[in-house]
Design a protein around this ligand. Structure first.
Ligand SMILES: Cc1ncc(C[n+]2csc(CCOP(=O)(O)OP(=O)(O)O)c2C)c(N)n1
Ligand SMILES: [Mg+2]
Length: 317
């Protein structure tokens, strides 16, 4: 499959513009509650989603999941309306920033329990071995999540049952405020896969084409019955862990250095040489207008009605 570099650039811009609009809405108080932005990590979602078969594969991201939703095809309006608690949101305003899902677009739920997506993805992959769907399940989680026992149980279970799972680690070097190097003796995280007997690889997670290639290879491996793959995608978050995080724990100069490696800036430098800056500026303006229109529309939509709050909820006692 040929990778569409310009399409990836546009989609990364769309995610960035969405996140910047969410930041604005949160600072205004239109969006309430805890919000985790994925600014700086967009290449993982865009490259990863492009490598999946969106007619059947299933993705399980974390609370930092807005970018996955867009990359998988959810509309900016449905995500913004969700965060704004509107009836028109993708979960009718019940999910909010950290708990929504877009099953029509293959995203089966963000999760705020760190690492919980891994065993759920293993379950979806196990189902695929019975339902004939030949589905691949992708769990995307952070470097810190690799210290959760449930992730290790999921990895061991997946390899022993040869389940079609991709464990995609978004290694942004931090678990909340703690650097990964202060949490583990060996921070080459992809090597954890080898302990369980399957393949792990480390890639440049700020290059959407490289993420695409690696996820496509892993999907092929998993789909052909050879079991799981772990991909450690190296990236940086260019903002705080949550909105309001002052990032006092980050050494001077670290964020400035990370900006040089910003996936959007990198794509832009490369594509400007090929297509000219004017073309890229046009795409940026178009995307920014699209997000601004989606936001105005969502703000004008009706709020979720408290009287039907128990509808569409399922709980077993
Ligand atoms: C089981 C569990 N333990 C702790 C927390 C608190 N917590 C929320 S986010 C987070 C950091 C996770 O870091 P990482 O997995 O690297 O993901 P990132 O936030 O960097 O994307 C922690 C510890 C939680 N939500 N769930
Ligand atoms: Mg992290």
């Amino acid at each position: 499959m040929v990778f569409d570099d310009l399409g990836a650039f546009e989609q990364m811009l769309r995610i960035r513009a969405l996140e910047e609009e969410i930041l604005r809405l949160r600072m205004n108080g239109d969006v309430v509650g805890s919000v985790h932005l994925c600014i700086g990590q967009e290449a993982i979602y865009v490259g990863g989603a492009a490598a999946l078969d969106l007619s059947r594969d299933a993705v399980f991201p974390t609370y930092r999941g807005h970018g996955w939703a867009l990359a998988l095809g959810a509309s900016p309006h449905s995500v913004l309306a969700e965060l704004l608690g509107r009836q028109t949101g993708c979960n009718a305003g019940r999910g909010g920033s950290a708990y929504f899902s877009t099953p029509d677009h293959n995203m089966f739920g963000e999760n705020s329990i760190v690492g919980a997506g891994a065993p759920i993805a293993a379950g979806a992959a196990l189902a695929a071995t019975f339902d004939g769907s030949n589905r691949v399940a992708l769990a995307s989680f952070g470097d810190g999540a690799l210290n959760q026992g449930a992730v290790h149980e999921a990895m061991n279970f997946a390899v022993i049952r040869r389940l079609p799972v991709i464990f995609l680690v978004e290694n942004n070097h931090y678990s909340e405020m703690t650097p990964i190097r202060d949490m583990v003796k060996n921070d080459v995280l992809y090597k954890r896969a080898g302990i369980y007997g399957f393949t792990g690889t480390r890639i440049d997670g700020n290059d959407p084409a490289e993420v695409h290639k690696s996820v496509a290879r892993a999907a092929h491996h998993a789909r052909s019955g050879r079991g799981p793959v772990l991909i450690e995608a190296m990236t940086q978050r260019l903002v705080g862990h949550y909105i309001g995080d002052a990032q006092h724990y980050r050494p001077d100069g670290e964020i400035d250095a990370a900006r040089l490696d910003d996936p959007i800036a990198r794509s832009e430098r490369r594509l400007a040489g090929l297509l000219g800056q004017a073309r890229l500026d046009e795409i940026r303006s178009k995307v920014e207008e699209e997000i601004s229109a989606a936001s105005s529309q969502a703000l004008a939509d009706p709020l979720a009605d408290p009287t039907d709050v128990l509808e569409h909820l399922y709980a077993e006692l």
